[in-house]
Structures are given as C-alpha cells and as structure tokens.
Write a protein that binds this ligand. Structure first.
Ligand code: HEC
Ligand code: HEC
Length: 291
C-alpha cells in the first residue's frame, strides 16, 4: 500500500512538473527585435489606441495622461488587481527594461523574471500587435515623465494568486488568431485597432467561468466586472447607430441622442479622440460588420 502511494505521489510530481514546464512563461525571441528601431511619433498613436493610460495613470488623475505611476484598482471575480508603475523610473517603473523585456510583457504576458502576468493586463489583446508597433510604443514610452511611486501588491486570494496556474490558462485563451473576418484594407485596419490595440472586447464581450472571452458572443455586452450595471452590446443587433454616429461618439463621447458617454467608456473616448479620423472610421466599420 505504502509503495503504491509512493508511486502515485511520484507520478503526480512528474505530471505536475511537466505541466509547469510545458506552460512556463516564455519571453519573445530577442533576435525578433534586434533589427527594429522605434518611431516615437507613431508610438504615441499606438499608446492612445492601446489605451495604456486608462489603467496605468493614478486614480482620478486629470493632468498629463502620460504620467503612469499606476495605483488604479480593478475589481474582478478573481480578486482586486492594482495597475503597476510603468513610467521610465529606473527603480519604481520599467526604466531598466530592454525592448525584449517590454515585448515579452506586452505580447506574451511574461515578466522579465519569467513569471506570468495576470490577464487583468490585457495582453490577450496586445498579443496580436505587430513587432514594429511594439518597438514604436516602447520608443514613445521611454520619453514619458518618471514617477517615483512604488507599485502596490494585488489583493487576490488562493488559488488565483498562484501565477503558475496562468500557464494552462494561457494555453487555452492566449492566441493571435483574429476573431472577425476582414476583407478590405479599412476592415483590416479597424480589426487591428479593436482586436490588437483597443481591447474593446475585454469589456464588451462576456467571459466564461475561467475568465476567458466568449468569442462566440463577441462584443454582445457583458456584466460589469466591478458589479455596477452592464456594459452594452455594440453589435448591430444591440446598436442601430450609423457608422458616422459611432465615429462621432468615439471622437466626442456624444451619442446620437446627445447623451454623453460615462463610466470606463469616457477614458476610452479620451484616447480615441487623439487618433486620426480614418482610424475612428475604420473602428466604426468594424463595429457595423459585427454579427
Ligand atoms: C485594463 C487595464 C490595463 C490596460 C489597458 C493596460 N494595462 Fe498594463 N497592466 C495592468 C495590470 C493590472 C498589470 C499587472 C499585471 C500583473 O501583475 O500580473 C499590468 C502590467 C503591465 C506591465 C508590467 C509591469 C511590471 O512592473 O512588471 C507592463 C509593462 C504594462 N502593463 C504595460 C502596458 C502597456 C504598454 C499598455 C498599453 C498598450 C497597458 N499596459 C495597458 C493593467 C492594464
Ligand atoms: C474599460 C471598458 C471598456 C472598453 C475597453 C471599451 N468600452 Fe465601450 N463602453 C463601455 C461602457 C461601460 C459603456 C457604456 C457607457 C455609458 O453608459 O455611457 C460603453 C459604451 C460603448 C458604446 C455605446 C453603446 C451604447 O449603447 O450606448 C460604443 C459604440 C462602444 N462602447 C464602443 C467601444 C469600442 C469601439 C471600444 C474599443 C475602441 C470600446 N467601446 C472599449 C466600456 C468599455
């Protein structure tokens, strides 16, 4: 009996070890980025399209949106996550990082220490970014003001606080497949802005029990993770606005009935208003083509 138990225990260890090994946090291959040099001006567009400031600026921050000390709290069914300092401060921020460290974080959800990030950081979206956009974004972020504010710990209970458990989760939910088809250059641009940068679906798409996005119900509305109200669906079945209405809303925050956007969408509009009009039109075309 004891022998059998010992054997089972050993088999268990081997299985657990293999799972940990096969689902370990992978950095990107450094040679992918060595030849790339970043363009600061284009990086600023990527920064606003990606909405990084919405989460990484301080709670209630209304001045310079490019100050990124972190500290905002995000309540989810798995616990409360706190956005870290991603300013170029060498001690409290990410000033000492390389482009490869940054690309590994944004594309693979892998930290410089080789740990998994929680998907409260929407790398499940950013994983579809082009390498050039990552390099441009990194170049821009290095020009931002430093903030000497320490990042705060997350408040997440067992077992969700075990980062290794995110390995299998990523195998299920982290991939670079496009969700919607796109047949014209405008549709492709809109899809890129929504599915690789704007992370619209992270709010507008319902999640399954494991916290993965239900791609079959893409953008069809979801409970608000903070517990307050619902995030509206924006597919044509839920929203009958014209493409011009949607583009105007993304620019100004005004609905066709002259209500103004509230909640987290106000931050999204703050960012979208800084994009060129063609980009807002491309997003509107994507939203109209949803099914
Ligand atoms: C929805 C909120 C949200 C958005 C949007 C967001 N982040 Fe984050 N980010 C987080 C959270 C939460 C973490 C902490 C993850 C963890 O500790 O596992 C994080 C972590 C990071 C880290 C790791 C920092 C460290 O000290 O290890 C980097 C780098 C980062 N984000 C960059 C970005 C960039 C660049 C963008 C825009 C393209 C962005 N984030 C958009 C919430 C967000
Ligand atoms: C952080 C969460 C979040 C993200 C990211 C987000 N939205 Fe929203 N969105 C909301 C909320 C909340 C509302 C409801 C706003 C209100 O009540 O005024 C909303 C409203 C809307 C509406 C108006 C719908 C209506 O019926 O009034 C549209 C259109 C929309 N979002 C499109 C987008 C697009 C396109 C993106 C990506 C570029 C996006 N959203 C990203 C949370 C989000």
């Amino acid at each position: 009996m004891l022998r059998l138990l010992t054997l089972l225990f050993c088999v268990g260890l081997v299985v657990a070890g293999s799972v940990l090994w096969f689902t370990r946090a992978e950095p990107v291959a450094p040679e992918r980025f060595t030849a790339l040099s970043g363009d600061v001006v284009h990086g600023e567009q990527v920064f606003y399209a990606g909405g990084c400031a919405s989460c990484h600026q301080a709670e209630g921050q209304t001045d310079d949106p490019t100050r990124l000390p972190g500290g905002q709290r995000f309540v989810t069914q798995f616990g409360t996550f706190v956005a870290p300092n991603i300013s170029p401060d060498p001690i409290f921020g990410i000033g000492e990082w390389s482009l490869t460290d940054f690309a590994s974080a944004v594309l693979n959800g892998t930290s410089p220490e080789g740990r998994h990030y929680f998907p409260a950081f929407p790398y499940t979206t950013y994983t579809r970014m082009t390498d050039q956009d990552v390099a441009d974004l990194w170049a821009f972020m290095q020009t931002l003001p430093s903030a000497d504010v320490e990042s705060q710990p997350h408040d997440v209970g067992f077992p969700f606080n075990i980062r290794a458990s995110l390995g299998p989760w990523k195998k299920l939910f982290l991939n670079t497949d496009w969700v919607q088809p796109a047949t014209t250059p405008e549709a492709e641009r809109g899809r890129y802005l929504v599915e690789a940068l704007g992370h619209c679906s992270e709010c507008h798409t319902p999640r399954n029990l494991l916290g993965g996005l239900q791609t079959a119900n893409w953008m069809s509305g979801a409970p608000n993770p903070s517990g307050k109200g619902r995030i509206p669906g924006v597919t044509p079945a839920h929203l009958d606005w014209s493409p011009e209405d949607i583009a105007y809303y993304l620019e100004t925050g005004f609905t066709p009935d002259f209500d103004s956007a509230g909640g987290e969408m106000a931050n999204v509009i703050e960012n979208m208003s800084k994009l060129p009009p063609e980009d807002r039109a491309a997003i509107a075309a994507y939203v109209k083509a949803l099914n």
